[in-house]
Ligand binder design. Sequence first.
Ligand code: SF4
Ligand code: SF4
Ligand code: FES
Length: 347
Amino acid sequence: MTLVSPGDAPVPVPPSVDGRRLGQAEQHDALAARNSRLIPGELLTIKIRRSEVPAGGDIYQEFQVPYQKWMRVLDALNWIAENAAADLAFRWFCGSKMCGTCAVRMNGREVLACWEAVEPSMVIEPLRNLPVIRDLVVDRTRYEDKVASLEPWIERHEPYAQFPEPLTHKQMKDASKALDCISCMCCYSACPVIGLGNLTDFAGPAPLVQLGQTALDPRNSPGKVRRSLELTGIFNCVSCYKCEEVCPASIPIVSRIIEPLKAKAAQLVPEMAKHSFALRDIVAGRGRVDPGELVLRVQGLRALGNLRRILRLFARGKINPMKTLLGTKTGAAEAAGRLLGNRVGKQ
Ligand code: SF4
Ligand code: SF4
Ligand code: FES
Protein backbone atom coordinates (compact mmCIF):
# COMPACT_ATOMS: atom_id res chain seq x y z
CA MET A 1 0.00 0.00 0.00
CA THR A 2 1.46 3.40 -0.94
CA LEU A 3 0.46 6.88 0.13
CA VAL A 4 0.84 9.69 -2.36
CA SER A 5 -0.13 13.35 -2.12
CA PRO A 6 -3.03 14.82 -4.14
CA GLY A 7 -0.51 16.82 -6.18
CA ASP A 8 0.99 13.66 -7.71
CA ALA A 9 0.69 13.09 -11.44
CA PRO A 10 -2.36 11.02 -12.39
CA VAL A 11 -1.84 7.32 -12.83
CA PRO A 12 -0.89 6.67 -16.48
CA VAL A 13 -3.43 4.49 -18.25
CA PRO A 14 -1.65 1.56 -19.90
CA PRO A 15 -2.41 0.56 -23.48
CA SER A 16 -4.75 -2.38 -23.86
CA VAL A 17 -3.89 -5.54 -25.71
CA ASP A 18 -5.09 -4.16 -29.04
CA GLY A 19 -3.19 -0.90 -28.60
CA ARG A 20 -6.17 1.31 -27.71
CA ARG A 21 -6.16 3.20 -24.43
CA LEU A 22 -8.43 1.68 -21.85
CA GLY A 23 -11.09 3.98 -20.44
CA GLN A 24 -11.01 6.30 -23.44
CA ALA A 25 -12.06 5.07 -26.87
CA GLU A 26 -13.91 2.21 -25.30
CA GLN A 27 -15.52 4.26 -22.55
CA HIS A 28 -18.90 2.90 -23.56
CA ASP A 29 -17.67 -0.66 -24.08
CA ALA A 30 -19.80 -3.43 -22.76
CA LEU A 31 -18.74 -4.92 -19.47
CA ALA A 32 -17.74 -8.07 -21.34
CA ALA A 33 -15.41 -6.20 -23.71
CA ARG A 34 -13.53 -4.51 -20.91
CA ASN A 35 -13.35 -7.59 -18.75
CA SER A 36 -11.99 -9.61 -21.63
CA ARG A 37 -8.80 -7.55 -21.44
CA LEU A 38 -8.05 -8.72 -17.91
CA ILE A 39 -7.07 -12.13 -16.59
CA PRO A 40 -8.43 -13.38 -13.22
CA GLY A 41 -5.78 -12.89 -10.54
CA GLU A 42 -4.09 -10.02 -12.41
CA LEU A 43 -3.40 -7.12 -10.02
CA LEU A 44 -5.35 -3.90 -10.51
CA THR A 45 -3.75 -0.70 -9.23
CA ILE A 46 -6.36 1.43 -7.53
CA LYS A 47 -5.71 4.87 -6.04
CA ILE A 48 -8.49 6.17 -3.83
CA ARG A 49 -8.86 9.72 -2.68
CA ARG A 50 -9.33 9.59 1.07
CA SER A 51 -10.10 12.15 3.73
CA GLU A 52 -7.34 12.38 6.30
CA VAL A 53 -9.32 12.40 9.52
CA PRO A 54 -8.89 14.29 11.82
CA ALA A 55 -5.97 16.21 10.30
CA GLY A 56 -8.03 17.50 7.37
CA GLY A 57 -6.84 17.52 3.78
CA ASP A 58 -6.88 14.59 1.39
CA ILE A 59 -4.49 11.83 0.42
CA TYR A 60 -4.47 9.23 -2.31
CA GLN A 61 -4.07 5.71 -0.99
CA GLU A 62 -2.94 3.00 -3.38
CA PHE A 63 -4.15 -0.60 -3.32
CA GLN A 64 -3.37 -3.69 -5.38
CA VAL A 65 -6.55 -5.68 -5.94
CA PRO A 66 -6.66 -9.13 -7.61
CA TYR A 67 -8.98 -9.07 -10.59
CA GLN A 68 -11.99 -11.40 -10.47
CA LYS A 69 -14.13 -12.25 -13.46
CA TRP A 70 -16.84 -9.66 -14.22
CA MET A 71 -15.41 -7.33 -11.58
CA ARG A 72 -17.00 -3.90 -11.25
CA VAL A 73 -15.70 -0.87 -9.38
CA LEU A 74 -17.98 -1.67 -6.42
CA ASP A 75 -16.53 -5.20 -6.21
CA ALA A 76 -13.05 -3.69 -6.02
CA LEU A 77 -14.13 -1.25 -3.27
CA ASN A 78 -15.73 -4.11 -1.31
CA TRP A 79 -12.52 -6.17 -1.69
CA ILE A 80 -10.48 -3.27 -0.31
CA ALA A 81 -12.90 -2.76 2.62
CA GLU A 82 -12.76 -6.47 3.45
CA ASN A 83 -9.02 -7.04 2.98
CA ALA A 84 -7.02 -3.82 3.20
CA ALA A 85 -8.88 -0.80 4.62
CA ALA A 86 -11.88 -1.59 6.81
CA ASP A 87 -12.41 2.12 7.46
CA LEU A 88 -12.87 3.04 3.78
CA ALA A 89 -16.11 5.04 3.47
CA PHE A 90 -18.23 4.53 0.36
CA ARG A 91 -21.94 4.25 -0.21
CA TRP A 92 -24.07 1.73 -2.05
CA PHE A 93 -27.38 0.03 -1.60
CA CYS A 94 -28.97 -1.84 -4.50
CA GLY A 95 -25.88 -2.98 -6.42
CA SER A 96 -27.92 -2.91 -9.61
CA LYS A 97 -28.17 0.64 -11.04
CA MET A 98 -31.41 1.41 -9.24
CA CYS A 99 -30.73 3.54 -6.14
CA GLY A 100 -28.11 5.99 -7.47
CA THR A 101 -26.14 6.04 -4.21
CA CYS A 102 -22.84 4.54 -5.41
CA ALA A 103 -21.74 7.25 -7.89
CA VAL A 104 -18.02 8.12 -7.82
CA ARG A 105 -15.48 9.49 -10.28
CA MET A 106 -13.30 6.88 -11.93
CA ASN A 107 -10.30 8.17 -13.91
CA GLY A 108 -11.94 11.61 -14.01
CA ARG A 109 -15.34 10.45 -15.18
CA GLU A 110 -18.57 10.10 -13.20
CA VAL A 111 -19.72 6.46 -13.03
CA LEU A 112 -21.93 4.17 -10.98
CA ALA A 113 -19.53 1.96 -9.01
CA CYS A 114 -22.01 -0.94 -9.14
CA TRP A 115 -22.22 -0.81 -12.93
CA GLU A 116 -18.80 0.25 -14.18
CA ALA A 117 -16.28 -2.41 -15.17
CA VAL A 118 -12.87 -2.11 -13.52
CA GLU A 119 -9.79 -1.02 -15.44
CA PRO A 120 -6.21 -2.14 -14.78
CA SER A 121 -5.33 1.25 -13.36
CA MET A 122 -7.92 3.43 -11.65
CA VAL A 123 -8.08 6.64 -9.66
CA ILE A 124 -11.31 6.75 -7.67
CA GLU A 125 -12.54 10.02 -6.24
CA PRO A 126 -15.75 11.37 -4.72
CA LEU A 127 -18.21 13.34 -6.86
CA ARG A 128 -17.46 17.00 -7.40
CA ASN A 129 -19.65 19.98 -6.51
CA LEU A 130 -20.88 18.44 -3.24
CA PRO A 131 -19.15 18.57 0.15
CA VAL A 132 -17.30 15.38 1.04
CA ILE A 133 -18.37 13.79 4.31
CA ARG A 134 -15.58 11.20 4.25
CA ASP A 135 -13.57 9.41 1.55
CA LEU A 136 -16.04 8.69 -1.28
CA VAL A 137 -19.21 9.74 0.57
CA VAL A 138 -20.67 13.13 -0.36
CA ASP A 139 -23.30 15.23 1.38
CA ARG A 140 -26.40 15.38 -0.83
CA THR A 141 -28.22 17.99 1.29
CA ARG A 142 -27.59 20.80 -1.20
CA TYR A 143 -29.31 18.81 -3.93
CA GLU A 144 -32.17 17.60 -1.76
CA ASP A 145 -32.89 21.11 -0.43
CA LYS A 146 -32.90 22.51 -3.95
CA VAL A 147 -35.29 19.83 -5.21
CA ALA A 148 -37.63 20.45 -2.25
CA SER A 149 -37.58 24.21 -2.92
CA LEU A 150 -38.70 23.59 -6.51
CA GLU A 151 -41.83 21.82 -5.19
CA PRO A 152 -41.70 19.08 -7.84
CA TRP A 153 -45.31 18.02 -7.71
CA ILE A 154 -48.42 18.58 -9.78
CA GLU A 155 -51.01 21.22 -8.98
CA ARG A 156 -53.96 20.69 -11.29
CA HIS A 157 -55.65 23.64 -12.89
CA GLU A 158 -58.43 21.59 -14.46
CA PRO A 159 -60.57 18.86 -12.93
CA TYR A 160 -60.00 15.25 -13.97
CA ALA A 161 -61.49 14.69 -17.41
CA GLN A 162 -62.31 11.10 -16.47
CA PHE A 163 -60.71 8.28 -14.58
CA PRO A 164 -58.29 6.91 -15.65
CA GLU A 165 -57.25 10.13 -17.33
CA PRO A 166 -56.27 9.78 -21.00
CA LEU A 167 -52.64 10.84 -21.54
CA THR A 168 -50.86 10.28 -24.83
CA HIS A 169 -47.23 9.23 -25.26
CA LYS A 170 -46.63 12.49 -27.11
CA GLN A 171 -47.91 14.57 -24.18
CA MET A 172 -45.65 12.70 -21.78
CA LYS A 173 -42.61 12.17 -24.01
CA ASP A 174 -40.27 14.53 -22.12
CA ALA A 175 -41.62 14.05 -18.58
CA SER A 176 -41.37 10.28 -18.98
CA LYS A 177 -37.65 10.54 -19.84
CA ALA A 178 -37.12 12.52 -16.62
CA LEU A 179 -38.85 9.77 -14.65
CA ASP A 180 -35.91 7.46 -15.44
CA CYS A 181 -33.65 9.53 -13.13
CA ILE A 182 -32.12 7.60 -10.21
CA SER A 183 -30.77 10.76 -8.48
CA CYS A 184 -27.19 9.57 -8.69
CA MET A 185 -25.77 13.12 -9.04
CA CYS A 186 -23.30 12.17 -11.79
CA CYS A 187 -24.64 15.01 -13.94
CA TYR A 188 -24.43 17.47 -11.04
CA SER A 189 -20.79 16.55 -10.51
CA ALA A 190 -19.95 16.95 -14.21
CA CYS A 191 -21.66 20.34 -14.67
CA PRO A 192 -19.12 23.15 -15.11
CA VAL A 193 -21.68 25.83 -14.22
CA ILE A 194 -22.42 24.21 -10.86
CA GLY A 195 -18.62 24.15 -10.41
CA LEU A 196 -18.75 27.97 -10.21
CA GLY A 197 -20.24 27.59 -6.70
CA ASN A 198 -21.78 30.73 -5.24
CA LEU A 199 -21.08 32.70 -8.44
CA THR A 200 -24.18 31.17 -10.01
CA ASP A 201 -27.79 30.70 -9.01
CA PHE A 202 -28.17 27.77 -11.43
CA ALA A 203 -30.09 24.87 -9.87
CA GLY A 204 -28.07 22.27 -11.83
CA PRO A 205 -29.03 19.36 -14.06
CA ALA A 206 -30.18 16.84 -11.43
CA PRO A 207 -32.71 19.19 -9.76
CA LEU A 208 -33.93 20.24 -13.22
CA VAL A 209 -34.52 16.62 -14.19
CA GLN A 210 -36.52 16.16 -10.97
CA LEU A 211 -38.52 19.28 -11.81
CA GLY A 212 -39.00 18.07 -15.39
CA GLN A 213 -40.95 15.07 -14.11
CA THR A 214 -43.84 17.35 -13.15
CA ALA A 215 -43.19 20.67 -14.93
CA LEU A 216 -43.26 18.92 -18.31
CA ASP A 217 -46.45 17.06 -17.40
CA PRO A 218 -49.41 18.65 -19.23
CA ARG A 219 -51.62 18.31 -16.13
CA ASN A 220 -49.53 20.76 -14.10
CA SER A 221 -50.84 24.33 -13.80
CA PRO A 222 -48.81 27.04 -15.58
CA GLY A 223 -48.81 29.16 -12.39
CA LYS A 224 -47.21 26.34 -10.41
CA VAL A 225 -44.62 25.65 -13.14
CA ARG A 226 -43.80 29.35 -13.35
CA ARG A 227 -43.18 29.54 -9.57
CA SER A 228 -40.78 26.62 -9.76
CA LEU A 229 -38.92 27.82 -12.86
CA GLU A 230 -38.28 31.20 -11.28
CA LEU A 231 -36.02 29.45 -8.76
CA THR A 232 -33.89 27.55 -11.28
CA GLY A 233 -31.61 30.12 -12.98
CA ILE A 234 -32.10 27.83 -15.96
CA PHE A 235 -30.69 30.20 -18.56
CA ASN A 236 -27.27 29.88 -16.91
CA CYS A 237 -27.02 26.43 -18.48
CA VAL A 238 -24.53 26.70 -21.35
CA SER A 239 -25.77 23.55 -23.15
CA CYS A 240 -22.35 21.91 -23.01
CA TYR A 241 -23.85 18.38 -22.72
CA LYS A 242 -21.36 17.31 -20.04
CA CYS A 243 -24.28 16.18 -17.87
CA GLU A 244 -25.78 14.09 -20.63
CA GLU A 245 -22.44 12.42 -21.42
CA VAL A 246 -22.19 10.89 -17.94
CA CYS A 247 -25.83 10.05 -17.15
CA PRO A 248 -25.93 6.30 -16.39
CA ALA A 249 -29.68 6.26 -17.12
CA SER A 250 -29.02 7.67 -20.62
CA ILE A 251 -31.46 10.51 -20.07
CA PRO A 252 -31.26 13.14 -22.83
CA ILE A 253 -30.93 15.80 -20.13
CA VAL A 254 -30.29 18.77 -22.40
CA SER A 255 -32.45 18.04 -25.41
CA ARG A 256 -35.46 16.51 -23.66
CA ILE A 257 -35.47 18.16 -20.23
CA ILE A 258 -33.49 21.40 -20.05
CA GLU A 259 -34.37 22.75 -23.51
CA PRO A 260 -38.13 22.10 -23.08
CA LEU A 261 -37.92 23.69 -19.60
CA LYS A 262 -36.12 26.70 -21.09
CA ALA A 263 -38.90 27.01 -23.68
CA LYS A 264 -41.47 26.91 -20.87
CA ALA A 265 -39.53 29.52 -18.91
CA ALA A 266 -39.31 31.79 -21.98
CA GLN A 267 -43.07 31.51 -22.32
CA LEU A 268 -44.11 31.73 -18.65
CA VAL A 269 -41.31 33.94 -17.22
CA PRO A 270 -40.07 35.97 -20.24
CA GLU A 271 -37.89 38.24 -18.08
CA MET A 272 -35.70 35.20 -17.32
CA ALA A 273 -34.94 34.78 -21.04
CA LYS A 274 -33.95 38.41 -21.66
CA HIS A 275 -30.41 37.43 -22.69
CA SER A 276 -31.57 34.73 -25.13
CA PHE A 277 -34.18 36.98 -26.75
CA ALA A 278 -31.66 39.82 -27.16
CA LEU A 279 -29.11 37.44 -28.72
CA ARG A 280 -31.69 36.07 -31.16
CA ASP A 281 -32.79 39.57 -32.22
CA ILE A 282 -29.20 40.76 -32.75
CA VAL A 283 -28.24 37.73 -34.86
CA ALA A 284 -31.45 38.05 -36.90
CA GLY A 285 -30.79 41.73 -37.53
CA ARG A 286 -27.02 41.73 -38.09
CA GLY A 287 -26.12 38.20 -39.15
CA ARG A 288 -23.61 38.03 -36.29
CA VAL A 289 -23.28 38.30 -32.55
CA ASP A 290 -22.48 41.81 -31.38
CA PRO A 291 -21.27 41.39 -27.78
CA GLY A 292 -21.34 45.16 -27.17
CA GLU A 293 -24.98 45.47 -28.11
CA LEU A 294 -25.85 42.28 -26.26
CA VAL A 295 -24.41 43.62 -23.00
CA LEU A 296 -26.14 46.98 -23.53
CA ARG A 297 -29.49 45.32 -24.18
CA VAL A 298 -29.27 43.03 -21.18
CA GLN A 299 -27.65 45.37 -18.65
CA GLY A 300 -28.75 48.75 -20.05
CA LEU A 301 -26.73 51.81 -19.11
CA ARG A 302 -25.38 49.98 -16.04
CA ALA A 303 -22.96 48.32 -18.47
CA LEU A 304 -21.24 51.67 -19.09
CA GLY A 305 -20.42 52.04 -15.39
CA ASN A 306 -17.45 49.66 -15.58
CA LEU A 307 -15.06 51.61 -17.81
CA ARG A 308 -12.04 49.43 -17.05
CA ARG A 309 -13.89 46.33 -18.22
CA ILE A 310 -15.06 48.08 -21.39
CA LEU A 311 -11.48 49.16 -22.22
CA ARG A 312 -10.20 45.64 -21.58
CA LEU A 313 -12.81 44.11 -23.89
CA PHE A 314 -12.02 46.74 -26.53
CA ALA A 315 -8.25 46.08 -26.27
CA ARG A 316 -8.88 42.36 -26.78
CA GLY A 317 -11.08 43.02 -29.80
CA LYS A 318 -14.13 41.57 -28.05
CA ILE A 319 -16.24 44.67 -28.66
CA ASN A 320 -16.21 47.31 -31.40
CA PRO A 321 -18.21 50.38 -30.32
CA MET A 322 -18.22 51.81 -33.88
CA LYS A 323 -19.81 48.66 -35.32
CA THR A 324 -22.30 48.61 -32.45
CA LEU A 325 -23.27 52.28 -32.97
CA LEU A 326 -23.51 51.94 -36.75
CA GLY A 327 -25.40 48.64 -36.52
CA THR A 328 -23.01 47.05 -39.06
CA LYS A 329 -24.41 43.94 -40.76
CA THR A 330 -22.60 40.96 -42.26
CA GLY A 331 -23.37 39.10 -45.48
CA ALA A 332 -25.23 36.52 -43.40
CA ALA A 333 -27.76 39.06 -42.16
CA GLU A 334 -30.33 38.31 -44.83
CA ALA A 335 -30.26 34.56 -44.28
CA ALA A 336 -30.27 34.98 -40.49
CA GLY A 337 -33.18 37.39 -40.76
CA ARG A 338 -35.07 34.90 -42.91
CA LEU A 339 -34.43 32.07 -40.47
CA LEU A 340 -35.09 33.98 -37.26
CA GLY A 341 -36.88 37.07 -38.47
CA ASN A 342 -40.41 35.83 -38.05
CA ARG A 343 -39.62 35.27 -34.38
CA VAL A 344 -37.85 38.58 -33.68
CA GLY A 345 -39.54 40.59 -31.00
CA LYS A 346 -41.71 37.58 -30.05
CA GLN A 347 -41.16 36.10 -26.63
S1 SF4 B 1 -25.56 21.27 -20.42
FE1 SF4 B 1 -26.14 22.73 -18.83
S2 SF4 B 1 -26.70 21.45 -17.08
FE2 SF4 B 1 -25.59 20.14 -18.50
S3 SF4 B 1 -23.47 20.20 -17.80
FE3 SF4 B 1 -23.66 21.80 -19.37
S4 SF4 B 1 -24.18 23.66 -18.22
FE4 SF4 B 1 -24.53 21.93 -16.83
S1 SF4 C 1 -30.21 12.82 -14.67
FE1 SF4 C 1 -28.94 11.01 -14.93
S2 SF4 C 1 -26.94 11.61 -14.10
FE2 SF4 C 1 -28.42 13.11 -13.37
S3 SF4 C 1 -29.06 12.38 -11.36
FE3 SF4 C 1 -30.54 11.57 -12.85
S4 SF4 C 1 -29.76 9.57 -13.44
FE4 SF4 C 1 -28.09 10.63 -12.43
S1 FES D 1 -25.64 0.67 -5.66
FE1 FES D 1 -27.57 1.37 -6.32
S2 FES D 1 -27.11 2.33 -8.19
FE2 FES D 1 -25.22 1.52 -7.58
